[in-house]
Design a protein around this ligand. Structure first.
Ligand code: SAH
Ligand code: SF4
Ligand code: F3S
Length: 441
């Protein structure tokens, strides 16, 4: 009888990538995907713990799955990802229904571990983080029909920003061998993938070789030359490691999308220092100006946090000022959240919850105006998009501009996977509406 699995993925692209890795391994060993957890023999939850809210969400889902297991004792229930790495064996004590706790660098062992669980009905906790990074998976047909895909080019992070849990749950930074990355890129392209996003917590510190001969711009240039690759992107970059060489890639490589996600986190030098970010607001703004000199139409998006310990109203005003000056195309904004074991958790001067909510609200209103204003400049303009698939509303297609903006439009033919031109008719905050050029729709 076939065995069925179900994975719920929470958190960032790293987790999405890891879930695909797990899917591939399970399917290679005979498992089939189940549409809902109720129909599965193996249920996995791939978790995130970057903020307290993400953790609560995972625990509440885990609680529901534990109740499901009470009705179906044969079910195998596992937790993977960043909470699994952080909490380890404590999870089994807290959720006795759990069979498996699999850390972020152990996912490659999943099928072998499942055998032990099935044979001995014993619980397994595998959270060794000292292992070598997982090489990109050889996806053998797994991505057929998909327009875009990720390749993880590095694991872990060494930056230890004072608020951040990631270095603890993802381990030390290790880059993947360029040969493996190239092999996976070719494999994806041969399956029809048109756009590849290179992934890492800090891709611009990628390095390979005894003397670190290969750096990120070199890797990017090599990959961008691959036949059949229409678009290449990367995320995330850290301002302290953004080299001039990388900035110049935006002017040199035709298929490198004109978009950079460059988190600034805070606009006050005092707060940036407390966060251990390694750059000043002036340096950050200089980098954005350099990028815009080299590639005038580049879209810049960023992450920012409000309510970091000791953030005064004046500090917050500096953040707003930076946002107003830099005019990001989009901004992901978060309330500071205490994470266990980080330096910031132990800092004095914690900010009142209501004040944090107020600051976030103000900031999001400001950014909404900027995003809409920037999108409106595209009304009446022609843009090139890569068609990804049907949009959620029936009869429409959707795609993205190189600047990563979503465009919805009508078309009678299936043009998924093609680069097409669209006239932008109307701009909203979160998407654009267009008309396909050369079509009678
Ligand atoms: N490696 C990436 C981002 C990792 S986490 C980078 O360095 O840019 C994604 C975002 O979550 C961060 O950019 C930050 O804005 C936010 N974040 C991380 N830890 C947080 C915390 N403790 N509280 C609130 N937001 C946090
Ligand atoms: Fe976290 Fe900083 Fe590393 Fe990003 S660079 S993952 S924010 S420690
Ligand atoms: Fe969350 Fe882990 Fe990503 S903590 S943001 S899933 S690296």
């Amino acid at each position: 009888m076939p065995q069925y699995y179900h994975i719920t993925t929470m958190g960032c692209q790293m987790n999405k990538y890891d879930s695909n890795h797990i899917r591939q391994l399970l399917q290679n060993s005979g498992f089939l995907p189940a549409d809902i957890p109720d129909n599965a023999d193996l249920i996995l939850i791939n978790t995130c713990t970057v903020r307290a809210k993400a953790q609560q969400k995972a625990f509440s889902l885990l609680g529901r799955m534990v109740s499901l297991k009470k009705r179906r004792p044969d079910l195998i229930l596992g937790i993977t990802g960043c909470i699994a790495q952080q909490e380890g064996p404590d999870l089994i004590k807290r959720f006795p229904g759990l069979d498996l706790v699999l850390g972020t660098r152990e996912i490659g062992r999943i099928t072998e571990i499942l055998e032990t669980i099935k044979d001995d009905r014993k619980k397994v906790v595998a959270t060794n983080i000292e292992l070598k990074p997982i090489s990109p998976v050889n996806y053998n047909g797994f991505f057929k029909g998909q327009v875009k895909s990720y390749i993880s080019i590095m694991e872990g992070c060494n930056n230890f920003c004072s608020y951040c849990i990631v270095p603890y749950v993802r381990g030390r930074e290790i880059s993947c061998p360029p040969k493996e990355i190239l092999k996976e890129a070719k494999n994806l392209i041969s399956q029809g993938v048109k756009e590849i996003t290179l992934l890492g917590q800090n891709v611009n510190s990628y390095s390979w070789g005894e003397k670190k001969e290969i750096n990120f711009p070199m890797l990017l240039k090599t990959l961008s030359r691959l036949d059949g690759l229409l678009r290449i992107r990367f995320t995330t970059s850290h301002p302290k490691d953004l080299s001039d060489d990388l900035i110049h890639c935006f002017g040199e490589l035709d298929n490198l999308c004109p978009h950079i996600h460059l988190p600034f986190q805070a606009g006050s030098n005092k707060v940036l220092k407390l966060m251990n970010r390694g750059y000043s607001r002036e340096r950050y703004m200089e980098l954005i100006n350099r990028l815009r000199e080299v590639k005038p139409d580049i879209a810049v998006t960023s992450d920012v946090m409000v309510g970091f310990p000791k953030e005064t109203d004046e500090d917050f005003q500096m953040t707003l000022d930076l946002i107003n000056k830099m005019e990001f195309d989009n901004l992901f904004s978060f309330k500071y959240s205490d994470r266990k074991g980080t330096l910031a958790e132990k800092m004095s001067g914690k900010i009142d919850k209501d004040e944090i909510s107020f600051r976030l609200d103000v900031l999001q209103q400001v950014q909404k105006g900027i995003t809409l204003k920037k999108n409106k400049t595209l009304e009446g303009k022609k843009v090139e998009i890569l068609v990804e698939g049907d949009s959620k509303r029936g009869g429409q297609f959707t795609g993205r501009t190189g600047t990563n903006k979503i465009v919805n439009f009508n078309c009678n033919n299936n043009i998924i996977g093609q680069l097409v031109e669209v006239d932008i008719e109307y701009a909203f905050v979160n998407s654009l509406k267009g008309v396909l050029i050369g079509s009678d729709n």
